[in-house]
Design a protein around this ligand. Structure first.
Ligand code: HEC
Length: 91
């Protein structure tokens, strides 16, 4: 009876660890997908959902930093995504 209990626990643990591993690998692949995106891609995917995005020469470098922070919350971007978009717009 005791042996059976140990075996059952081990099995549960192994299944849990397996599921955790799959979730971890998946989330890594997902973040790599985002990391692979260029500023242009992120800009065209996110910045024209709500309005026509103004051309990059409409604003100065400093203004783009401000707009980037403002629109980051609207577009729900990560800091990394925002930085890439700003870098693209500052070119
Ligand atoms: C969820 C909707 C939404 C998304 C996504 C969005 N914007 Fe906006 N944007 C707005 C709204 C609403 C305004 C006008 C009101 C304001 O300024 O807050 C605006 C205004 C602007 C302005 C004008 C600001 C000014 O000072 O004249 C710029 C430039 C801009 N957005 C750029 C961007 C860029 C770049 C992105 C992508 C990172 C983006 N927006 C994504 C909703 C959005």
């Amino acid at each position: 009876m005791k042996i059976y209990k140990i075996k059952k626990n081990t099995w549960t643990l192994a299944t849990g660890a397996g599921i955790l591993l799959i979730v971890l690998i998946n989330s890594c692949a997902e973040s790599r997908k985002v990391a692979d995106k260029t500023g242009v891609q992120l800009w065209s995917e996110n910045c024209r959902r709500c309005h026509n995005p103004p051309a990059s020469n409409t604003f100065s470098h400093e203004q783009w930093v401000m707009i980037g922070m403002h629109m980051q919350t609207r577009a729900q971007l990560t800091d990394k995504e925002r930085d890439k978009i700003i870098a693209f717009l500052q070119q």
